[in-house]
Design a protein around this ligand. Structure first.
Ligand code: HXC
Length: 280
């Protein structure tokens, strides 16, 4: 679907790219010619992803650090600039999340998730945005949200609050920084199996099975289904998109929204009875 070197003129600063969807995006972007700078806390997964990109003929570098600290983010952005001469794209992908009853959360637990997701995305966006504005060069920011960003969700309150904040930032800066030719996109993924999210958010095998059965398409997302959308959004094909959040969940959130959606469980025989009764 995509031309071979579609992202060849892109240098992408991607947070949290050592594992999960971040890793999948990094590999796909690099395959299409982008230079990738990864930034996350743990070194081994970053090294592994960077080595994999290089092994496949791409260019990658990384820095370790915590997105919660603005001075650490600033140093990583500086390192990316030194590595590649410039950065023109930011992917705010790093996240933290866990299932918990809200009344049991410590203040620090709330702050940890909001710090990573909301403050971290802000620090990265501001650090790169300032440079783009000063240099007069365009930029693209892609924020990875979650399908409950608009509705909220029980048992993940810190994440729901933080992601909603990042959506507000996406829409606010889409206007504020449009004069600088800095555009914003967001993807709100539903369930995509990754070790990080699954180990924290799928408490049991049975719950996973139930989640799959509840899904309108009876399956979870495939990583390439997300990375393809991300590639499109970062490509020149999407230059008229700005400030939009695309929910990529196979229709799962709509299933929860419609008052009669649970009737998909109704056997055909019951529908036939209902229809027969109506015709009388
Ligand atoms: C309650 C918890 C907790 C849990 C940690 N805490 N885990 N509270 N339930 N399961 C509390 C700790 O007790 C501590 O509070 C505070 O949170 C900080 O924890 P630390 O481990 O010291 O902090 P830190 O190393 O910064 O860890 C941050 C983290 C952790 C978010 C808590 O889980 C993490 O590093 N996650 C990164 C990876 C990740 O979460 N990936 C999945 C993202 S999936 P006290 O008071 O004791 O000091 C995702 C997608 C969502 O976001 C959409 C899915 C459909």
């Amino acid at each position: 679907m995509f031309a071979n070197r579609l992202l060849a003129d892109r240098t992408i600063f991607l947070t949290g790219g050592g594992t999960g969807l971040g890793r999948s995006m990094a590999l796909h972007f690099a395959e299409l010619g982008a230079r990738i700078f990864l930034f996350a806390r743990r070194e081994p997964p970053l090294r592994e992803t960077a080595e994999e990109i290089r092994r496949r003929g791409g260019q990658a570098a990384y820095a370790t650090g915590d997105v919660r600290h603005p001075e650490v983010v600033e140093a990583a952005v500086e390192a990316a600039w030194n590595a590649f001469g410039r950065v023109d794209t930011l992917v705010n992908n790093a996240a933290g999340n866990f299932l918990a009853r809200t009344e049991t959360l410590s203040a620090n637990a709330f702050a940890a998730v909001v710090g990573i997701v909301l403050h971290g995305s802000f620090h990265c966006t501001q650090a790169l945005g300032r440079r783009w504005i000063a240099a007069g060069t365009p930029g693209v920011v892609l924020n990875i949200l979650t399908s409950y960003v608009e509705t909220g969700s029980a048992y993940v309150v810190p994440s729901a609050c933080a992601k909603a904040g990042v959506l507000a930032m996406t829409r606010s800066l889409a206007i504020e920084w449009a004069p600088y030719r800095i555009r914003f996109h967001a993807i709100a993924p539903g369930p995509f199996p990754t070790e990080g999210a699954w180990s924290r958010l799928m408490p049991t095998r049975e719950f996973e099975e139930r989640a799959r059965n509840f899904h309108p398409l009876k399956r979870f997302g495939r990583h390439e289904e997300l990375t393809h959308l991300a590639v499109y959004l970062l490509s020149p094909m999407a230059e008229y998109l700005n400030g939009e959040c695309i929910i990529l969940d196979g229709g799962l959130w709509l299933r929860g929204a419609g008052q009669f959606n649970a009737l998909t469980e109704l056997p055909a025989a019951v529908w036939q009875q209902l229809e027969a009764a109506r015709k009388k």
